[in-house]
Ligand binder design. Structure first.
Ligand code: GDP
Length: 368
């Protein structure tokens, strides 16, 4: 049995963590957490961290003891410098929360890259965890919609760089911009994206801790995640009875299955493909042929098969990337945003436009 730590930082991290808890407890309504058992055999400990009390209160499936409020009036307002300072001040408390939960074999830290709290807490938290423990830690990072504004774009660029330099064992990307094809208003897009991420993470946890017909384990996952440029994404597909298993594998690594825009055949570095379902759907020959096809362009592909009686086939693919064109695009947009912010600041300082307006009435009194 694996001991797994999942931390969700900031609003986005909290919500995805809540979606994981919802899925893990069977999603049976508000009180499910009090009477149902986790569906998974791993020992999963979850911690939600936030400076905004309201975000923590919004959580429906995460136990109160697992919601940690870091007091700072009204959050950190997307300012990563403030956020880093608040983390430093509360580091001992946060680390105690982890320590109290025992030993772990693997940890995940979930955050948006672009907000304030999550994006500034996550890099130093991972750094602290790596300093104190020797289990591998993976960041699950949500990238912003590109139209969310200059501050979010520059935060995303610096946050990702900081996470990369934190000693993290790998970064799993999910991109709101790419996933907004799911449609609907922002709130329902968030819910859909969060559920997609939750489903993939829980499948992964289930797979790492299962008796498989063909085995992949935590060691293989570590090897996959250490490949490429330290950046990965996850694909998933749930097939119906009529879908051949080879199509299910193809769909899992196609844009409709992935959390981040990439052509895995061009950008992939290493992969782990896990197929789960009733034996009748799992043609080993078909699976092997499809996996071989993938490995001829990706490099090394680990494959795992989990037999689950009566279940329709599901495919999970963890892919590390050698290059990520979409990430390069994000950084070039972010660089524009950083320049824009800098120019705006310089202009304000130079022209002092608003001050000039006020200065016109200096020394004057209103006459009635
Ligand atoms: P923080 O609370 O200060 O860490 O800030 P947020 O987590 O709200 O960060 C803002 C970014 O997260 C924006 O890019 C949002 O689009 C994104 N975001 C906020 N909530 C969610 C959510 O529930 N799901 C997803 N996928 N993205 C979210």
């Amino acid at each position: 049995m694996l001991n797994i730590l999942i931390v969700g930082n900031g609003q986005c991290g909290n919500r995805i963590l809540d979606a994981i808890n919802k899925e893990a407890f069977g999603g049976k309504g508000k009180l499910a957490k009090f009477y149902s058992q986790q569906k998974y055999k791993s020992n999963v400990e979850t911690i939600a961290i936030n400076t905004a009390m309201n975000d923590l209160k919004e959580m429906r499936f995460t136990k109160a003891k697992d919601r940690v409020h870091i007091p700072h009036l009204h959050g950190v307002g997307a300012n990563r410098n403030v956020g880093k300072h608040v983390f430093e001040e509360n580091k001992a408390n946060i680390m105690r929360q982890v320590e109290e939960r025992g030993n772990f074999d693997i940890g995940f830290v979930i955050t948006s890259a672009s907000g304030g709290t999550g994006s500034s807490f996550t890099p130093p938290l991972i750094e602290e965890l790596k300093r104190n423990y020797d289990f591998p830690i993976y960041a699950i990072v949500v990238l912003p919609f590109r139209e969310e504004g200059t501050l979010y774009l520059q935060n995303a660029a610096f946050c990702l760089k900081d996470i990369r330099e934190s000693g993290v064992d790998g970064i799993i990307l999910a991109d709101n911009q790419f996933l907004k094809q799911m449609g609907g208003d922002v709130q329902s897009a968030y819910n859909t994206i969060n559920d997609m991420i939750a489903k993939r993470i829980l499948f992964l946890i289930d797979a790492l801790d299962s008796e498989m017909m063909m085995v992949t384990d935590l060691g293989d996952f570590k090897t996959v995640m250490s490949g490429g440029a330290g950046v990965a994404t996850i694909g998933f597909y749930e097939a119906d009875k009529g879908t051949p298993i080879k199509s299910a594998i193809q769909k899992a690594v196609s844009p409709s299955g992935l959390l981040f825009s990439t052509d895995v055949y061009k950008e992939g570095s290493r992969a782990m493909v896990i197929i789960k379902g009733d034996k009748s759907y799992l043609s080993i020959d078909e699976i092997s042929t499809e996996v071989e096809k993938l490995s001829s362009s990706v490099g090394h592909v680990f494959k795992g098969i989990i037999v689950r009686k009566g279940e329709t086939p599901q495919v999970l693919a963890v892919l590390t990337l050698e290059v990520a064109e979409e990430l390069e695009n994000l950084y070039s947009v972010a660089v524009d945003a950083i320049h824009q912010e800098r120019e705006k600041k310089a202009r304000v300082e130079e022209e002092k436009g608003i001050d000039k307006a006020f200065s016109q009435i200096e020394g004057l009194e209103p006459g009635y």
